[in-house]
Design a protein around this ligand. Structure first.
Ligand SMILES: [Zn+2]
Length: 233
């Protein structure tokens, strides 16, 4: 039952990402570790949109990127997920999306700044992978992405997209949405050329403590899940 509930959450997470504008045709993927089996994860299949994940097409994959269960086609970028799960035992869910403002920020080489509340969550907590614009199609490339992620919550893939992690699906989905919002506000402020200094570190840390709790991520995920349901997506 826990497995079915988790798969349902993966499905809802995909619909939320589409609803919030994080889809790019059928590109992008979301995964979550299988409960009690940390060397396996459930993942969205290739060739369908984030809003077309079903209990039947979800793949079960191991840390070598091999499909263990399921008949659907596997994303060639599976190694983003497998290598992050290998490197970071604390990570339970991984998302890769091509969210436009995050891509734009990745192309500047600038750090995420605390120019908004979501920005405060991510300031100093986002890595940068800049080996290539190409797809992450080998375990070695996946390991390089995991290295660029380091201990952080997210890593920007230069001129390509964002990889968000979380201790739960809710944290990763809401994290991806918040990083996109942070990037949008930051680019708007920087475009003025008149950015004021960020608030002092203790002030930012106080807010980060509030925003970074699983409870907060889950409350906002559940709200967006209700909205998806109302819109019959
Ligand atoms: Zn991509």
């Amino acid at each position: 039952m826990a497995h079915e509930a988790l798969k349902r959450k993966l499905i809802v997470g995909g619909k939320i990402l589409v609803c919030e504008g994080h889809d790019d045709f059928t590109r992008g993927h979301i995964s979550v570790r299988v409960p009690g089996k940390p060397n396996l994860f459930y993942m969205k299949p290739h060739s369908v949109g984030f809003d077309e994940i079903t209990p039947k097409n979800i793949l079960t994959i191991d840390l070598d990127g091999k499909v263990v269960t399921g008949k659907a086609r596997r994303h060639s970028e599976v190694f983003i997920h497998s290598e992050i799960f290998r490197a970071r035992p604390d990570v339970q869910s991984v998302i890769h999306v091509h969210s436009p403002y995050s891509v734009a920020l990745s192309g500047t080489g600038r750090q995420v700044m605390a120019y908004s509340q979501p920005g405060a969550l991510f300031a100093g907590d986002v890595g940068l992978y800049d080996d290539t614009i190409f797809l992450i199609r080998t375990p070695e490339m996946g390991a390089r992405v995991a290295k660029a992620l380091g201990p952080h919550r997210a890593v920007l893939l230069k001129n390509h997209g964002v990889v968000m992690t979380g201790g739960a699906i809710e944290d990763a989905v809401i994290g991806a949405i918040m990083l996109e919002n942070a990037a949008q506000v930051q680019l708007a402020i920087e475009a003025t050329g008149d950015a004021l200094p960020e608030f002092p570190a203790p002030d930012l840390a106080k807010l980060r403590d509030v925003l970074a709790s699983h409870e907060q991520f889950a409350i906002n995920f559940d709200y967006l899940a209700r909205r998806v349901k109302r819109r019959k997506i």
